[in-house]
Design a protein around this ligand. Structure first.
Ligand code: ADP
Ligand code: MG
Length: 272
């Protein structure tokens, strides 16, 4: 198990796709765990009121726990709300609670409402300032919508990571996502770029999956990781044990694929 290379600067990855159930949360927690298990410092920000990433990462997130809601709506610092993963030392989590469901509306009247997360992350990453304290990766797990929560992520991030489920209509709705990204890029965050596409829930036995993967590659080309994530029951079981598949069953095909995807992401560096 070779250590994975540290990026020259913190890579802030926004995991978004307004479609639900395509593997955003699964991809977020497993890539984050894989990178952290290989010595990198990783922060996951859960921006989905469902709190599925918080569940899979085994951190507390019942109503009232300090969370991403406090950062976005009340101006809390990340330091005040962050939790350490119970098993993986260099993995940190900003949990999401159900309170976040109201944030979409509460944020409307907040000053600079779309850049709350960006400011908080910038302040957090300056703490200590030393090379070894700097975060290597931040993953922001977005809800399945293009509202103010996802907008906060798009303004805070540099790289977009879009999981695409290998099924019918996989590319449907991506036009709208790309338009939103272009809008944010033009007006709010010039740095934003679609760096990474990951094909998830790939079923190698079907022609359909192969066809969809082909279509995704011809559309997004070099942005698509060579690694695809197979559909695997171990991946979907892990969250019910408060775990990622990386810790739940490290030798399973899903875990090995996420490790391979993490390696690819780390080795090829920032897409420019
Ligand atoms: P999203 O965050 O985009 O809504 P999730 O990551 O929650 O999507 O995935 C949706 C469902 O599919 C979850 O029940 C999850 O456990 C399951 N799932 C995701 N990836 C896989 C996979 N590779 N194999 C099997 N089930 C998966
Ligand atoms: Mg999710």
């Amino acid at each position: 198990n070779d250590p994975l290379p540290r990026p020259a600067r913190t890579r802030v990855m926004v995991v978004a796709n307004q479609k639900g159930g395509v593997g955003k949360t699964t991809t977020t927690v497993n890539l984050a765990a894989a990178l952290a298990m290989h010595g990198l410092r990783v922060l996951v920000v859960d921006l989905d009121p469902q709190g599925n990433a918080s569940t899979a990462l085994g951190v507390e997130h019942h109503r009232g726990v300090a969370s991403s809601y406090d950062v976005l709506v009340d101006g809390a610092t990340i330091e005040e709300v962050v939790q350490q993963h119970p098993d993986i030392e260099s993995l940190y989590v900003v949990p999401a609670t159900i309170d976040l469901a109201g944030a979409e509306i509460e944020l409307v009247s907040v000053v600079a409402r779309e850049s709350r997360l960006r400011k908080a992350l910038a302040a957090y990453n300056r703490i200590g300032d030393g090379e070894e304290n700097r975060l290597d990766y931040v993953f922001i797990d977005c809800p399945p919508s293009l509202g103010l929560l996802t907008l906060n992520a798009l303004v805070a991030g540099v790289e977009m990571l879009i999981p695409i489920q290998a099924e019918y209509y996989a590319l449907e709705g991506l036009g709208q996502l790309v338009e939103t990204i272009e809008m944010v890029k033009a007006h709010l965050n010039h740095e934003l770029t679609i760096s990474t596409i990951l094909v998830t829930m790939y079923d190698a036995r079907t022609n359909l999956a192969a066809g969809v993967a082909e279509e995704v590659r011809s559309h997004f080309r070099d942005q698509v990781l060579h690694t695809t994530i197979p559909r695997s029951v171990r991946v979907s079981e892990a969250p019910s044990y408060g775990q990622t598949v990386m810790t739940y069953d490290p030798g399973s095909p899903g875990a090995l694929s996420y490790l391979e995807a993490a390696r690819e992401l780390a080795v090829r560096g920032t897409w420019a």
